[in-house]
Ligand binder design. Structure first.
Ligand code: NAD
Ligand code: SF4
Length: 441
């Protein structure tokens, strides 16, 4: 049975409301934190080993310690709720069902960082959630946990919810800041990192929803206790949104010690694959991470079981491993076509590219066109090599990670499923109808 830190009370009736949330221990971390020195909170977060839950897995305490603190310059906390990675919907679940957990984590985090203003930047498609968050903010304010002189300590904090307009690229932290400033969401070059020059050129910490929610158990338990949960550098719990060919799609909280096999087949989690089908492949961390075939998903190249944590999923590098990413776990059974799946993802990235960098702007639609050609039975073997060449020229040559994110799925698909690409090329007559490729024009 997995340990629950974030979703423990998710199914308690009325947990969305302040009163019920408070009755279940809500806002105790704020009371504890306000009695601590801000830097001591950052130290607890460092000790906890908490890593960024948005996808990159960067150590949260370390990021906080990079925050510049020039005299007289405001600092900001920005929560990245622009959750748009295909297959990823765990932040939505947190915000929708336990909004006070996020607000509580934001108060503790803002106090630690010395921020008096914090923002939640939420993706436009989550249109019903801002109202839920704003109601929670109002309740917290009425109870003296937000606004001026919080709990009589003299600390002030305002939280604002800002709605995005539906662009995937605005989840990239610097594009998000541009958008929050009212501009087009084009990513900025890093460095400088937001911790030094962020919102309105002021020091800013940008953290994912789940990361900030996890600050609550870190403070309640203490960093050292939190670090005992999990394994190695994968401390604490992680939310996984599971979808695709599984019996029980949903959001699960795991403690990162379970095997991938257990996660897919156990009734506590995904409950196996429908209709007794075989597992073909999986994208375990949202669409930006490499797809892996079943054999390498369940076991590492050394034959060891593969575990649901940052290190184990990445073991073997991209040759045989993948990444934890955002925890968007997409399962493909034996009937699924990796070629069509990759084509669909390529279409997504081509559509979402902001167009600033030539390799991404030109390369992403080019990859989509080649994939569509292959998927419709008109490809040649040279197209596979061309596709490989195009993705190679995108990776590492762009301003933001969207370029890499578009290239990696294509590279992994060719690396592990080249025979399937060749089958499409060699058997055009076997393809019927619209080839399942829909209308992408
Ligand atoms: P990154 O590795 O560039 O940065 C991680 C974080 O650490 C950033 O906040 C960055 O500012 C900070 N950082 C790194 N080095 C620093 C330094 N020297 N000083 C100060 N701060 C520093 O990765 P990223 O661009 O933030 O995120 C990429 C990831 O986002 C991808 O791996 C992908 O999995 C994920 N992603 C998630 C979603 C989603 O919906 N959750 C969508 C798209 C992509
Ligand atoms: Fe824009 Fe793509 Fe360049 Fe990112 S990599 S800045 S999305 S063109």
């Amino acid at each position: 049975m997995s340990k629950k830190l974030l979703l423990k009370h998710a199914h308690v009736e009325g947990i969305r409301t302040f009163d019920v949330y408070r009755k279940h221990g809500g806002y105790e971390s704020v009371e504890k934190a306000l009695k601590m020195e801000p830097d001591a909170i950052t130290e607890e977060v460092k000790t906890s080993g908490l890593r960024g839950r948005g996808g990159a897995g960067f150590p949260t305490g370390l990021k906080w310690s990079f925050l510049a603190k020039p005299e007289g310059v405001p600092r900001y906390l920005v929560v990245n709720a622009d959750e748009s990675e295909p297959g990823t919907f765990k932040d939505r679940y947190l915000m929708e069902y336990i909004p006070h957990l996020l607000i509580e984590g934001m108060i503790v985090s803002s106090y630690a960082l010395g921020a008096n203003t914090a923002y939640i930047y939420i993706r436009g498609e989550y249109s019903w959630i801002p109202d839920i968050l704003e109601a929670a903010i109002e309740e917290a304010k009425a109870a003296g946990f937000l606004g001026n002189n919080i709990q009589g300590t003299g600390y002030n904090l305002e939280i604002y919810v800002h709605r995005g307009a539906g662009a995937y690229i605005c989840g990239e932290e610097t594009a998000l800041l541009e958008s929050l400033e009212g501009k087009r969401g084009n990513p900025r070059l890093k460095p400088p990192f937001p911790a030094v020059k962020g919102l309105w050129a002021c020091p800013t910490v940008v953290n994912n929803v789940e990361t900030i929610a996890a600050v609550v158990p870190v403070i309640n338990l203490g960093g050292a206790e939190y670090a005992k949960i999990g394994v190695g550098r994968s401390t604490g719990t992680k939310l996984i949104s599971a979808c695709g060919n599984i019996n029980k799609p949903g959001v699960y909280e795991i403690d990162m010690t379970i095997t991938v096999e257990e996660f897919i087949y156990s009734d506590e989690y995904c409950g196996g694959i429908p209709n007794g089908k075989r597992l073909k492949a999986c994208i375990p961390g949202g669409s930006s991470v490499p797809i892996v075939p079943a054999n390498l998903l369940l076991r590492t190249i050394n034959g060891e079981p593969r575990y649901m944590n940052y290190e184990s999923l990445a073991e073997g590098g991209f040759a045989t491993g993948t990444m934890m990413g955002s925890g968007g776990f997409i399962v493909l059974d034996e009937d699924q076509s990796v070629v069509k799946h990759t084509m669909s993802l390529s279409h997504f990235y081509a559509h979402e590219s902001c167009g600033q960098c030539t390799p991404c702007r030109e390369g992403t639609p080019w990859m989509f066109k080649i994939l569509k050609k292959i998927a419709s039975g008109q490809g040649t073997r040279n197209d596979i090599d061309l596709l490989w060449d195009v993705q190679r020229k995108i990776e590492g040559n762009t301003i933001c990670p969207l370029g890499d994110a578009a290239a990696w799925p294509v590279a992994a698909a060719i690396r592990h499923f080249r025979d399937e690409f060749e089958w499409y090329i060699d058997n055009p007559d076997a393809l019927t109808g619209n080839y399942g490729i829909g209308n992408y024009d």
